[in-house]
Design a protein around this ligand. Structure first.
Ligand code: ADP
Ligand code: MG
Length: 316
């Protein structure tokens, strides 16, 4: 199995708020450092990637935010219009400008997901359909929160099975085959070291397994650094028992509660390690007001240390 950076299309999934957009961008930065022409594609119009790089304005276009690094925010309706114009020519034009057709198509269950994932697929093609568009070496998809993330991965197969024949069936089965191709596509789950996020990661793995899609990598994001060893914790406890001043007691309690939180985080990380076949790697919690370019570079460094060397489960 090729390593993650040797594939072309990476889906980053996970529960809301765990750091999917952050990790997707850091992964994009890492690939771009290797000289890979890279795009981070955000689904569900989050526009987080451009914001981290302080880009404003048009987000539904491919926008270069750093050398070799592009971003796009994918809107399902626009993706559908583009597809219709390219594939069905004049009739497509007519359909794509019909508001009734739009409303009808977008109300079809799964159509929004299909259009979004279809655009992602198009970005990952060596021969781009979008006229004048250059190919990408590496496409990172910042998928919506878990349930939806699985939907995005599953929808093409569902459509190909339901439609059976015709252009939708053909296109869907092509996309489904690309997603199932483990040399081409990788699936990454992001989790914070908290019980709920870890539970969701197990649920995600199980949901993907039902579609015979494995998780390639789990990234435990925002791990606190261990600050105190056992002996120091014991001394802090004794100090608290003796402390008289309110300020001193508050400080000691804060230190002990941070230690407790770190310990819980490490338990949750161990739960993940113990129960998954996928490789589990960690990213530190960054104590910053705002995760911007410098912080993303730090996270890309941390990913580099883990992903650039071949390892038993994700190395080739
Ligand atoms: N490793 C980290 N250290 C500190 N803050 C982080 C880290 N990862 C993410 N964040 C912050 O947590 C919040 C949620 O991250 P985000 O990537 O938007 O999550 P998601 O895309 O999963 O909803 C953001 O404010 C982000 O800047
Ligand atoms: Mg996000």
């Amino acid at each position: 199995m090729p390593g993650l950076l040797q594939r072309r299309l990476i889906f980053v999934t996970g529960k809301g708020g765990v750091g999917k957009s952050t990790v997707a961008t850091a992964l994009g930065l890492l690939a771009a450092r290797h000289g890979l022409r890279t795009i981070v594609a955000e689904l569900a119009s989050q526009q987080r990637v451009g914001q981290a790089f302080e880009h404003r304005g048009e987000h539904f276009r491919e926008l270069e935010i750093a050398p070799h690094l592009f971003t796009i925010s994918i809107d399902p309706e626009r993706a559908m219009e583009e597809y219709l114009r390219l594939k069905v020519g004049a009739v497509g034009h007519l359909l794509s400008s019909s508001r009734l057709f739009h409303a009808f198509a977008m109300a079809t269950p799964g159509m929004r997901e299909l259009c979004s994932v279809g655009k992602v697929w198009e970005l990952a093609q060596l021969e781009r359909r979008t006229s004048g568009a250059a190919p990408y070496d590496f496409v990172v998809v910042d998928a919506p929160a878990t349930g939806h993330g699985v939907g995005i991965l599953r929808t093409p197969r569902t459509f190909s099975e339901i439609a059976r024949v015709g252009p939708i069936a053909r296109q869907s089965s092509k996309i489904a085959a690309t997603i199932a191709d483990r040399e081409f596509t990788g699936i990454v789950a992001v989790a914070t070291p908290e019980e709920m996020a870890v539970n969701e990661t197990f649920a995600l793995r199980d949901a993907l397994a039902r579609d015979r899609l494995p998780l390639d990598l789990v990234i435990v994001n925002a791990l606190y650094p261990p600050r105190f060893d056992d002996e120091e914790v014991a001394r802090l406890g004794q100090a608290l028992a003796r402390a008289r001043s309110p300020l001193g007691r508050t400080a000691l309690r804060a230190a002990l509660s941070e230690h407790a939180r770190t310990a819980t985080q490490h338990e949750q990380r161990a739960r993940l390690n113990g129960a998954l076949d996928a490789e589990v790697i960690e990213l530190p919690y960054l104590f910053a007001d705002h995760v911007g370019r410098p912080e993303l570079e730090v996270l890309a460094d941390a990913l580099a240390r883990r992903l650039e060397q071949p390892s038993p489960s994700i190395g080739s």
